[in-house]
Design a protein. Structure first.
Length: 365
């Protein structure tokens, strides 16, 4: 008779549907589930001084060290409830001057700094470096840039951006929610990570910061930089999921059917958005089908048992044209027909092949 946890693991690995919306959230890894169970056995408040509290604190600090090691991060780690809280913490409490954010940032960045100056991107999705070089010429600016875009999969040239920002004594905040676990965390002053994007639990994330002195204190926990009792079981799950990512997040052979689909997409008049990106990454693909709206496609794929999205889950429910594609000056008719397909740690080649089959059937209907 399987245990409750074994049954749960089976359900997340062997699904009835094909799930290709991993940029929104990805299934919990078995390693993370086991670590969370361990954490729930030590349920005391990590800030309590008694023996049970000290045990919880020990587990929390061990997980902090493991997260640092997995990321190769030499600075500090502040655990949060996710990327949105980490973004708000950085943007509202950084010891810096003007806030500068790109026009293709995630909604959580724009909402945390509504008055921030918007930095334009080029048609290929890359930040306009000439504009940035002028914008940072002020007293210690804080610049927020997404490492991998959550709608297109485009990766920014963080080393080049860092040189421009750091040359003016600025601080660079990199949103690594879509890259953590897949790519190395780039050199920056602060980085945002979210556990549920790489197989950890929902409700846990972190702000990586080179030095606490870069932030104004904001609460009683996490060395005084965050309010609220630490989610120790969730943090254990985050550390375990991160360690499980390994050297290769996903077998490269899983992506191969998409290469064939790209050729077919171009042949029939569709748009493979990666063709115009400055540095496309394989885990997120934006694809425009000719003669069918993205809204209709999402519904048709759903009826076929395949989960895809129209864009970021934080904004796609509005069914509005993507502001990311608008900022890249993608033609409105193409933007209106663009869906996002995102692969995760447990995606199989057979699932990708099935998606490609359904896409072609819909496109040729």
């Amino acid at each position: 008779m399987p245990t409750k946890s074994q049954s749960f693991r089976a359900r997340i690995i062997i699904a009835d549907r094909i799930y290709l919306d991993h940029a929104a959230t990805t299934p919990l890894r078995p390693e993370a589930w086991a670590a969370i169970e361990q954490g729930f056995q030590h349920w005391a408040n990590p800030s309590s001084p008694h023996a049970a509290g000290r045990k919880a604190r020990s587990l929390l600090e061990d997980a902090r060290d493991r997260v640092k090691a997995a990321f190769g991060w030499q600075g500090e780690v502040i655990f949060t409830s996710g990327a949105s809280e980490a973004a708000a913490l950085a943007l509202n409490h950084a010891q810096a001057g003007a806030r500068l954010v790109s026009t293709v940032e995630h909604d959580c960045i724009l909402q945390a700094a509504p008055a921030a100056e918007r930095l334009p991107v080029l048609g290929d999705g890359a930040l306009d470096h000439d504009n940035l070089a002028e914008a940072v010429q002020r007293e210690r600016p804080l610049v927020a840039v997404q490492h991998v875009n959550s709608e297109t999969g485009n990766r920014q040239d963080i080393p080049a951006i860092a040189r421009l920002v750091q040359a003016e004594d600025g601080l660079l905040l990199v949103d690594c929610a879509q890259g953590a676990g897949r790519f190395e965390v780039p050199d920056c002053e602060m980085a945002i990570v979210s556990a549920h994007k790489f197989g950890g639990p929902i409700g846990v994330g972190a702000l990586l910061v080179k030095d606490y002195a870069m932030l104004a204190p904001a609460g009683g926990q996490e060395r005084g930089y965050r309010r609220g009792t630490e989610n120790m079981p969730g943090v254990l799950g985050m550390a375990a999921a991160l360690e499980a990512c390994g050297e290769t997040y996903l077998d490269p052979r899983v992506f191969e059917p998409l290469d064939t689909l790209a050729g077919e997409c171009r042949r029939i008049g569709g748009t493979w958005l990666a063709d115009r990106l400055s540095d496309p990454t394989p885990y997120i693909r934006a694809i425009a089908m000719p003669n069918m709206s993205a809204t209709a496609q999402v519904m048709r794929f759903d009826m076929a048992g395949i989960s895809v999205s129209q864009g970021s889950a934080c904004s796609s429910g509005t069914m509005k044209t993507s502001r990311v594609l608008e900022a890249m000056q993608v033609a409105p008719d193409i933007a209106a027909n663009t869906i996002r397909v995102s692969l995760g740690w447990n995606t199989t080649r057979a699932e990708v092949e099935r998606f490609c089959e359904v896409w072609l059937d819909l496109a040729k209907a």
